[in-house]
Design a binder for this molecule. Sequence first.
Ligand SMILES: NC(=O)c1ccc[n+]([C@@H]2O[C@H](COP(=O)([O-])OP(=O)(O)OC[C@H]3O[C@@H](n4cnc5c(N)ncnc54)[C@H](O)[C@@H]3O)[C@@H](O)[C@H]2O)c1
Length: 153
Amino acid sequence: MARVVITGGSGFIGSHLAEHLVSRGDEVTVFDAAPLPPDLACPVRLVGGDIRDERAVGRAIGERTELVYHLSAVVGVDRYLGAPADVVETNLLGTLNVLRLARTAGAKVVLASTSEVYGYNPLTPGTRTVTGCSAARRWTAGRTRRARHSPST
Ligand SMILES: NC(=O)c1ccc[n+]([C@@H]2O[C@H](COP(=O)([O-])OP(=O)(O)OC[C@H]3O[C@@H](n4cnc5c(N)ncnc54)[C@H](O)[C@@H]3O)[C@@H](O)[C@H]2O)c1
């Protein structure tokens, strides 16, 4: 049995992970800004709050925590494009908060990356060696590069 915290545990992957971990006997705390899904089929402790708020996250990740699955993130291409500052704040500051608190607790961290790292990858199985086209706005380096050369864009 392990004492586990899942940030983003109300979300798609996190809620299914919670069910799996509880079924094998782990004690699970979910940290999320959203409520638990109503059909969650296992008992967990919910700590509500914003991942950008270190004190709030500290109510979930404490000295008893052994393992953290960090899954809270701004997810979805529309949201990446519509509110890029939110993505940076939530995904970077949130991750920093989790890493700091986990280090203090001596807990291990499993960090979810994003499938965006695969870009338009025609290869199966996927590999990160082929990324999205850097000229496409979705992979925003291209947007920055164009803006530098053409102030009108
Ligand atoms: N679903 C996939 O196919 C897939 C593939 C590769 C990687 N991932 C990664 O796995 C992780 C989880 O993905 P998911 O599909 O479960 O996403 P999801 O959107 O279902 O879950 C994310 C959770 O994070 C929470 N959250 C967002 N902002 C927050 C904030 N500021 N404070 C607290 N909680 C906040 C949301 O409420 C939500 O419950 C993400 O990092 C995602 O990029 C997902």
